[in-house]
Write a protein that binds this ligand. Sequence first.
Ligand code: CA
Ligand code: CA
Ligand code: CA
Length: 183
Amino acid sequence: MAALAWSCGGADDPAIDTAGPEPPPAAAGPAIFEERAAGDVDGDGWVDLYVTNLGSNHLWRSRGNGRFEDVTARAGVDDPGWSVPALFFDPDGDGDLDLFVGNYLDFNRGTHTVCAAAVGDPDYCSPRSFAPQPDRFFRNLGKGRFEEATEQAGLAGADAYTLGAVALARPRRSRRRRRAATR
Ligand SMILES: [Ca+2]
Ligand SMILES: [Ca+2]
Ligand SMILES: [Ca+2]
């Protein structure tokens, strides 16, 4: 199964207001689109799409006719925090794409504050003014259903200001090479 992820957002993203120190939408309100990852999570041959947000993320399942349906709740892959990178990959090698979601920091209308620039004007606060949010790992149980396995993956407690992620795959050795290596 193929997987793909790429970045966007930032000052060039029309969805992001960079005109002043206005707070972002509340977590329950309209979300700021951050990134997306693409991969066939249910093995039906059609590439599905995971979109991260400041607020709820969304898994869009391709119906195969150019239309998508929101299966986030059914799949169990939402995250309410400020999610930025997302990766589909298969670290357990079972053929089903698992999902990593990286979270940035705890920034919403409730935690928003205005800081002062060096000249005294109101400005955005440094990222270090906010607490980092934990990353999440979701294991694909098959047919597009997931369970959170952050702790089992060894990622629990690794809070960081995550803005990017890369998955490195180790080539699988052939059965003959594995037998040779154990002799
Ligand atoms: Ca699919
Ligand atoms: Ca989120
Ligand atoms: Ca897997």
